[in-house]
Design a binder for this molecule. Structure first.
Ligand code: C2E
Ligand code: MG
Ligand code: MG
Length: 670
């Protein structure tokens, strides 16, 4: 905002206003005024004017809700009936009362008082001129022939008032005066002209006493009722009933206005920030919709608090929110960061403390689109990117496009693959290094894509996790692995089956039942099952994770911490959670032959874990030297390419049989 122009404008209006007040007060013939004034009718008009100011009409439009004072007709009547001194005084009292009631800043209040004084003074001037009465005359009776001059005076009053206010709005919002005036010309003029006709009648019937005047209250009250019904209706149509935030339509509207303003003023932006809660469906599914609603309301409140003054948060869908930022990249990024920080502390719901997370996508005009639709599409792509890459905040980049389309295709293919059972499971042996025997296998899911060939789980598991497909995927792996285990057990091979779980499963209270049900179908004991979870998975939502893990362990399932060392959990913390096994991440294990530091880490971790009574699996054993080193530590189970790659069940079967023969061999000979 150019402060100098604004200051000059305020000073000008202020001077004119207070000059009008001073002139009206000094020049009014107060002795005749007090002697001749129609006390009750004037008092009635004064009270109606003040009431109209402090209890304005609520008018709604797409841009939001505005208020419209109904004091004008009564002040206008006073202009004619009681003279300019009384009218200016009543209008000043009404305006000050309203400002005080709404605790408006004194500067604003002075401006309001001044601009009203100018408007009222103008009205009297026009009336005096057209009706041929003195400018500073005292009370007078208004004849029907005075109605036309009075309406003209009223028109002058509201037009002056409207122009003066539009001037301030234009200076403070940096919109051109024309666009400010155009924005509300229809509502404003129309409603005011209707109200002014009430003023004309009021002036004429004032002489007949307060009874006739009181009848005029009816149309004003009717206007109030009508306007507030319309406002409610418009609000309902444009707002979300759960959170009270604006809906998708509001975003489009706000975006188009912001785009137009930025174009006109040649400023950067606007930015569009889309926010989507991570795994919100889980909360809904596991805790029920009322809790889901509670979370949404709490999140909505936090988001509203996080954005700057004058910026609105909208709810565009189930767990999606949108914010239009009046500014370019840095302003949008700041808003996105502030929104994200709303999730720093857990949401208390009933007795739970839920960690809610969100991902954000940002697109900024004009770089990422110069119309609302393109911006929306690109912010959506950025959001999707943020979800997949777990970036939390992604700013749109054109290269996301190809990527996103590809991933969407992959996701669709994965859905079909799961439905058509086109996935399969490979098994990697886990070898007890002391005895050299295969004591377990890890089930690792595989996908032979019809066009792209073999795709590794590192590529499609994150997709599955972000889309909810992880549930049927895990169910498939569990079912396949436990079915396979049952066949191996039937041929006399007793071994453990390790299955990987995603973090999401750990806050799913139905998981223990799913696991137990699947094991029962295949007739395998739950004690043969090991479920691998990562540290981050456990730490994400410790309270709920704890419940699920305990339930699983109570049924005899062993819990293993996968990729140990890559997260931040301390061994002590993990031990408190009651786990059974630690899998040291291959990034430490594969280098123990060459990296002294890694050797120390692995050795001390193994020692500590064994002392705590945990089983230890070393992942990523890639050569004999590593195998030897680990074997020397004692009590370690190894897994890695050197000991056996993930293979088809047939090959595991062959391996187990060979081991059995080797074990039986010497004893037969003995
Ligand atoms: P993970 O659970 O840590 O599984 C071990 C991964 O290391 C496997 O990769 C395995 O092939 C690989 N690996 C085994 N030995 C060696 C070695 O000596 N050197 C090297 N460089 N790598 C070795 P894979 O099969 O690609 O799986 C990657 C990850 O995908 C797994 O890591 C696991 O987190 C996830 N995953 C696999 N199957 C499933 C599943 O059914 N469900 C879930 N939720 N995640 C799965
Ligand atoms: Mg694993
Ligand atoms: Mg691992």
């Amino acid at each position: 905002m150019p402060p100098s122009r604004m200051a000059a404008y305020l000073a000008l209006v202020g001077t004119l206003g207070f000059a009008s007040i001073a002139l009206a007060l000094i020049a009014t013939p107060w002795s005749t005024t007090t002697a001749e004034i129609l006390v009750w009718p004037s008092l009635f008009l004064a009270v109606a004017a003040i009431a109209g100011e402090v209890k304005p009409l609520v008018v709604s439009s797409r841009g939001g809700v505005r208020t419209l004072s109904t004091s004008a007709p009564f002040v206008l009547a006073l202009v004619a009936v009681a003279g300019v001194g009384v009218a200016v005084l009543v209008q000043a009292i009404a305006s000050l009362a309203d400002d005080m009631l709404h605790r408006r800043a004194w500067k604003k209040s002075l401006f309001n008082t001044a601009q009203y004084a100018v408007s009222v003074f103008t009205a009297r001037a026009v009336f005096a001129w057209l009706a041929g009465v003195p400018l500073f005359g005292g009370p007078a009776t208004v004849e029907p022939r005075d109605i036309a001059p009075l309406l003209a005076a009223g028109l002058a009053m509201i037009v002056v008032n409207w122009l003066l206010v539009a001037g301030v709005v234009s200076l403070s919002t940096e919109q051109s005066l024309r666009s400010v005036l155009r924005a509300d010309v229809r509502d404003f003029l129309l409603t005011n002209v209707v109200l002014l006709s009430v003023g004309g009648i009021a002036a004429v019937v004032a002489a007949d006493g307060i009874g006739a005047l009181a009848l005029l209250g009816a149309p004003v009250i009717a206007a109030h009722l009508f306007a507030s019904a319309v406002a409610r209706h418009t609000h309902d149509a444009t707002h979300d009933s759960l959170t009270g935030l604006g809906n998708r339509g509001q975003v489009d509207y706000e975006l188009s206005r912001a785009l137009e303003a930025a174009r006109r003023l040649k400023t950067a932006g606007p930015g569009l920030v889309l926010l989507d809660l991570d795994h919100f469906k889980d909360f809904n599914d596991t805790l029920g919709h009322p809790v889901g609603d509670q979370i949404l309301r709490e999140v909505a409140d936090r988001l509203v608090d996080a954005v700057p003054e004058g910026t609105y948060v909208h709810r565009t869908g189930g767990d999606e929110f949108a914010v239009v930022v009046n500014g370019g990249l840095s302003a949008s990024r700041r808003v996105a960061l502030d929104l994200l920080s709303s999730f720093d502390w857990p949401v208390p719901v009933e007795s739970l403390e839920l960690l809610v997370r969100a991902s954000l996508g940002v697109a900024i005009a004009p770089e990422h689109g110069s119309d609302g639709e393109t911006l929306m599409k690109n912010a959506d792509i950025a959001l999707y990117h943020a979800k997949i890459e777990r970036d939390m905040i992604s700013i749109y980049s054109p290269e996301f496009d190809v990527n996103t389309v590809e991933r969407l295709q992959l996701l669709a293919d994965l859905r079909t693959a799961i439905e058509e059972k086109a996935l399969y499971v490979a098994y990697q042996p886990q070898v007890d290094l002391d005895s050299g025997r295969t004591v377990g296998v890890e089930a690792l899911v595989r996908w032979d894509h019809p066009l792209r060939g073999s795709i590794g789980p590192d590529e499609f598991i994150p997709l599955a996790e972000n889309s909810g497909l992880i549930y049927p995927l895990t169910a498939f792996v569990l079912d396949t692995a436990l079915g396979q285990l049952s066949r191996w057990r039937a041929s006399g091979h007793d071994l453990r089956m390790a299955v990987n779980l995603s973090a999401r499963h750990l806050s799913d209270p139905v998981l223990p039942d799913l696991v137990a049900g699947t094991a029962a179908i295949h007739g395998v004991p739950l004690s043969a099952l090991v479920l691998e979870v990562t540290e981050t998975g456990i730490l994400a939502d410790a309270t709920r994770t704890d419940v699920v893990i305990r339930a699983l362990r109570e049924r005899g399932v062993a819990i293993s911490i996968d990729d140990y060392g890559t997260g931040n959990a301390s061994l002590g913390y993990l031990q408190r959670l009651e786990i059974d096994e630690l899998k040291i991440d291959r990034s430490f294990v594969s280098d123990i032959g060459t990296d002294g530091q890694d050797l120390i880490i692995v050795q001390s971790t193994i020692k500590l874990a064994l002392a705590l009574g945990l089983r230890v699996v070393a992942e990523g054993v890639e050569d004999e030297r590593t195998t030897e080193t680990l074997r020397e530590f004692g009590g370690v189970i190894g897994q890695g390419y050197h000991l056996g790659r993930p293979v088809a069940p047939k090959q595991i079967e062959a391996r187990l049989q060979a081991e059995r023969r080797a074990a039986a061999g010497p004893s037969e000979r003995a």
